[in-house]
Design a protein around this ligand. Sequence first.
Ligand SMILES: [Zn+2]
Length: 82
Amino acid sequence: MSETSASATTPKVKTRLPFQRSCNEKNEKGKLCAGHLKRWYGYGEEIKRLHGENAEVYRCEHCHTIYLPAPGFNSRTGTLQF
Ligand SMILES: [Zn+2]
């Protein structure tokens, strides 16, 4: 019935594609989220350990899905910002 589980507090984590700027998550209706990915600094120790202290982590401002840097992709070329 009213299954308000704690899963809402655990954001989904995806790998960000190079040059990806908008969220490609789909909601339960199959509609693309298309939220803006914003640089996010609130990540924890685990992400720092895996991706470095200055990991380029983004988060969708709409659905709060977290986007980690693509493995092997040099984020220096992705600093183009609007
Ligand atoms: Zn989203």
